[in-house]
Design a protein around this ligand. Sequence first.
Ligand SMILES: Nc1ncnc2c1ncn2[C@@H]1O[C@H](COP(=O)(O)OP(=O)(O)OP(=O)(O)O)[C@@H](O)[C@H]1O
Ligand SMILES: [Mg+2]
Length: 403
Amino acid sequence: MRTLRSNEVFKPGAFPEHTYISRVSPEFSYTYEFRLSQALNTTGFLTSVIGPSKTGKTVLCEKVIEWDRIVSLSGSDFKNSQSFWTTVANKAGLSIEGEQTQISSIAGERVAGVTESKASSVKEKFLTGKDQVIEYFKENKLVLILDDFHYAPNELQLEIAQQLKDAIRKEFTSIVISLPHRADDAIRKNPDLSGRLSLINIEPWQTDALEKIAVTGFNALGVKVNPSLVEVLAAESLTSPQLMQSICLNLCLLLDIDNDAKIKEITEQNDLINAFKATTTNLPYKDVVKRLRSGPYTRGQKRKTFTLSDGTKSDIYDLLLKAIALDPPTTFIRLDELKERFDQILGDTPSKPDRNKIKSTIEQTQTIINTNGSIYQVFEWKDDVLYILEPLFLFYLRWGTHN
Ligand SMILES: Nc1ncnc2c1ncn2[C@@H]1O[C@H](COP(=O)(O)OP(=O)(O)OP(=O)(O)O)[C@@H](O)[C@H]1O
Ligand SMILES: [Mg+2]
């Protein structure tokens, strides 16, 4: 029997205690953990963590801050109908009463006996709901994590920033987490907060760090993995530690590593391929692929088809997805390279689409992306380069059964 089970080691959806990898932030040449703990120790500053989705922003906070000091709220928890501090207090399990709450009964008695003008000066000694929350956080060394800040209603983002600005001066500790380019204006571009922000930008994962997840995890399970296979695992995970965790977990489950103690080494590329396919079954891109592949509506007209080198037929929108899915998996593909990929797929077919045709096909597909919901935001076409925004989508294109 192994000492650990594979689902304790590989955790695609939670804090990975046994496979947590520390990375160095390229901006500062310190680890992100060191950087975050320094930021938290800078009183009077707000910490802003920004990074692409699923790069480990939440997990980083969980690594650095003890769990019983974290009060975590999502941007979507904030509603117009409730004040910021009421929402925070509720989450922290604190009940605050109205805007003005007295600190102690002594203060209350003093109020009772004074004239009105004096009463207003005494009132300053009263704690508002807000002050009460700030005091409570300070006393208990709590940290407010505002996760997925981009989900907070637009009209509330500035209000939240304003409240935080005031609170951090009173030594309230808070971290705001959001996606790049999404709603960071209220925080990072807010002149009121300039000079009071600790900025942490989480970079996409490089292959060496991704490899460490697999190596550390399989090592904890007492299983060796051939280094060339570890490279393949990292290449397929693109920039996503979560994808790496998922693939490794599926690999363990398919090989039944938990119940078969005889398995001491993984050497077969085929096992990896089965794990890739298994990993795609939970990905939500079936409809996205179907929609992108069908291209813009043709009003009944039939589209030209091309014969591929393997004898099958495709129209140009299907060809585009096939070209994106081709080896090597990469997060950006230039137009020239896409043209080469088209040529490779089409082999000897005469009248292959030229660069302009490919470009207009991508532009049409981009329009479909732009006019659909967030799950469709899978790539972006800019300056003749196609940027993959969602690594899981590319992985699905490569290994999913959508044909
Ligand atoms: N440092 C790490 N070491 C190992 N695995 C990690 C690390 N960071 C993240 N992961 C893996 O990626 C998963 C997603 O991480 P996390 O939820 O922190 O990302 P996120 O950036 O907060 O995502 P989102 O943008 O969706 O909020 C984790 O559950 C874990 O499996
Ligand atoms: Mg998160």
